[in-house]
Design a protein around this ligand. Structure first.
Ligand code: PMP
Ligand code: GLU
Length: 404
């Protein structure tokens, strides 16, 4: 008989310090409630609701038929890295030789490799805030200290170069950011990136992880990679992947382009953790990065329509502050006006409590802002159908207006 009642033992001190990924936790909870028969509408997880394009699936079928099923080189197949090298040149004006590229199990592992390869215990890592949930926990795994530099709704959630400069100390080893940004959707302009680069290059031994996973989900056009600014190439790890642009979240492929010594360090790390990433997925990702980025256009236009719809619906809710994000597929409205209010005697004090209240009483799943560094906000993903967006925004409105 299956034993489901084992007494839990003691987990490591490291694990005790870590928080569960808030995005994945909320996705899990809404999945569980749906399985219990509740009609949950979920705006929790940032993943395209499209299917992977057929030509990518065909490439995967071919890989299976050709028995590309043995251990790959740890850093990825050479022809896959060549294709990524070409993609960096074509889309980003970045010259990374195949030896400077490492293919990993999602952009998440790409970032984790780079953090673990460069950060020592006691090092400070600056995270312009709001930031993506996993950055802080990865830094903690490495024994580093996450340092938040805060921007809020009033500055479109963008940290200035002057703020960065003020936060840099002799112990600062790294800066991690995403643009387009998860969770805010903000996109740093060429001028803003240039100003950041100018500050960063004044400090030796300071490295940057530029998370460009939302590169193609940018409504304002294209943005430059920070590695293209003077003095930045030598100190930047450019992270990208196929999860978002090609609706390939489950294939788990991400990659970096970086100076050779950093790529080698990431390969060494990966060699002890995963031995390299799945061969079938690599061949599928090769087809994706070789494809004309114009193919993504219809998906981008669908997201653009949903962005406009959601902006309109959220703007109709009195007390909710909402900006117009330029990229990614998230809104990060400021909900602080509702904190301290009550529902049937239950007082809602935090964004986390608000998010749980909306889930329990109004069946709409969101992610609270705390784990992104901003406890005044909640995150809503519009990688959902129009009808779900309408339903969810209606429920959010009802939930907020029910508070007194
Ligand atoms: N960076 C950001 C900003 C993200 O939103 C995500 C989530 N997909 C990732 C990295 C990780 O991407 P992947 O699914 O390729 O691991
Ligand atoms: N990155 C997505 C999100 O922020 C997927 C979840 C995750 O990888 O944490 O929702």
């Amino acid at each position: 008989m299956e034993n489901t009642t084992t007494t839990p033992g003691r987990v490591s001190r490291l694990l005790e310090q870590l928080t569960e990924s808030a995005t994945l936790a909320m996705a899990r909870l809404s999945r569980e409630l749906t399985q219990q028969g509740l009609d949950i509408v979920s705006l929790s997880l940032g993943e395209p609701d499209f299917d992977t394009p057929q030509f990518i699936k065909d490439a995967a079928h071919r890989a299976i038929d050709q028995n590309i099923t043995h251990y790959p080189p740890v850093n990825g197949f050479l022809d896959v890295r060549k294709a990524i090298s070409e993609k960096f040149r074509r889309d980003n004006g970045l010259d990374y030789a195949p030896e400077q590229i490492v293919v990993s199990t999602g952009a998440k592992q790409s970032i984790a490799n780079a953090v673990l390869a460069l950060v020592n215990p006691g090092d400070e890592v600056i995270m312009p805030s709001p930031y993506w949930v996993s950055y802080s926990e990865m830094v903690k795994i490495a024994g580093g200290t996450p340092v938040e530099v805060k921007a809020d709704f009033s500055s479109d959630f963008k940290v200035t170069a002057a703020q960065l400069e003020k936060a840099i100390t002799p112990r600062t080893r790294m800066i991690i950011f995403s643009s387009p940004c998860n969770p805010t959707g903000s996109v740093l302009s060429t001028e803003e990136l240039a100003a950041w680069a100018e500050v960063i290059t004044r400090h030796s031994e300071l490295y940057v992880i530029s998370d460009e996973i939302y590169e193609f989900i940018n409504y304002a056009g294209k943005s430059p990679s920070i590695a293209t600014f003077p003095g930045m190439y030598e100190r930047t790890i450019t992270v990208n992947g196929v999860s978002k642009a090609f609706a390939m979240t489950g294939w788990r492929i991400g990659y970096i382009g970086a100076p050779r010594w950093i790529a080698d360090a990431c390969t060494k790390m990966q060699g002890q953790v995963t031995s390299g990433t799945g061969t079938i997925s690599q061949m599928a990702a090769k087809a994706a990065v070789q494809a004309d980025p114009e193919l993504i256009h219809p998906m981008l236009e669908t997201f653009r329509g949903r962005r406009e719809l959601m902006h309109r619906l959220l703007s109709e809710i009195p007390g909710l502050q909402v900006n117009m994000p330029e990229g990614a597929f998230y809104f990060f409205p400021d909900i602080h006006a509702f904190l301290g209010k009550s529902y049937r005697g239950e007082r809602i004090e935090t964004a986390e409590a608000l998010s749980m209240y909306m889930l329990r009483h109004f069946l709409v799943a969101t992610v609270s802002g705390e784990s992104f560094g901003d406890p005044r906000c909640i995150r809503l993903s519009y990688a959902a159908s129009e009808s779900d967006i309408r339903k969810a925004c209606g429920r959010i409105k009802d939930a907020l207006l029910a508070l007194e």
